[in-house]
Design a protein around this ligand. Sequence first.
Ligand code: ADP
Ligand code: MG
Length: 401
Amino acid sequence: MAATKVLVVDDDLNIQRVLVFTLKQEGFEVHVASDGQAGVEMATAISPDLILMDVAMPKLDGYAATQQIRAAERGGARVPIIMLTAEADVEQRVRGLRAGADDDIVKPFHPLELIARIKALLSRSGGGTPAKATAEQPTMGQLYCFYGAKGGVGTTTIALNSAIAMARRFKRKTALVDANLQFGDMRVFLDQALETPSIVNAITEPDLDADLLKRLVTHHHAGIDLLLAPPNPEQADIVVERQRTDPGSLSRILSLMRRAYDYTFVDMAKTIDDFNLQLFDEADVIFVIMTADLSCLKNVRLVLETMDSLGYQRNKIQLVLNRSNAYTGINVDNAESALGRRIDFQVINEYRGAISALNSGEPFMSSRPDGPLGQSVSSFAREVDAQAGGTPAVAQPAGRR
Ligand SMILES: Nc1ncnc2c1ncn2[C@@H]1O[C@H](COP(=O)(O)OP(=O)(O)O)[C@@H](O)[C@H]1O
Ligand SMILES: [Mg+2]
């Protein structure tokens, strides 16, 4: 196995020397870039296993360089980045994490501490030395939001059951985040106790890392991991407040989830607030769930306008028409022409399948995956997996037009 490649991006010659010496002694293959711009270029050219990134540099600073490296990854394989910051200033650290860094270390640092951080990060990300060959595989790291055009259209139903399909049928590591902070249903849907940890524990944890997050998610026997909503509305306020004062706290959860799972599905509440805007921002795709009725069409138009004004690319937002074959007087063509865009996916209407699952506490994708509704949601999941670069889709699956 080839030596682990570390890219050092720092303009200070003394630091370069110390780092090269220390890293080589540890058996790493070391490459050096002397400014942010060169760092971005080398990150693409040599595909390092880890990057050490200085903050203050000529041409492009460390934040901007990190952002560019992350943008070029497009949610694919993610190189661990450690920021070398000048001071233990919380703002700087948060800025680094928001830019997409995984960890930071304050200059001057002890070489042993740096090496320990590097090794910890490499073992988390699945890279590293031959001794770490058993470390976890890199994941697909996709983050998808599910947002209902109005309440009751089936957002939770589709997020939950397609997550199970991803895990069971397509063998993807999948997590589901219940971001209905005030009134999350997942505890009830999936029969989880009130004292089960939730997103409150994750967002208030100052030293959240992959191991800790693993302990805060709940494994469900249907094959997915859950990050539950707060157990009550008061605790929901804690989450909102924490995100407001430190958006990095939410970024950190999401980036740890990306690294641990192929797919992280987020079941969102309908509000458009800071918390949800950050989720939209960080998502790779936003599935807007709708039904074919006038009030939904009106809301979808508003949502599309909002997304446009946020500058999102068209294909970041994808429309999912639920209960597509229910008679509403508005057919798919009518809906598409009213919206001026196509509907990307459809899930059929099957009242009985949906309701029996609700009452039994067992999602239909787990109890009746081959029923009509199970098949329809599976087709949706298969298409989503194919577009993310997973298994190729079967020609013309039922879920997509
Ligand atoms: N495809 C479907 N066919 C029939 N009923 C459905 C379908 N999808 C959802 N439902 C039902 O609609 C209701 C609302 O679903 P839910 O997922 O809670 O919506 P939301 O999260 O958007 O509020 C539930 O009773 C659910 O069983
Ligand atoms: Mg819901």
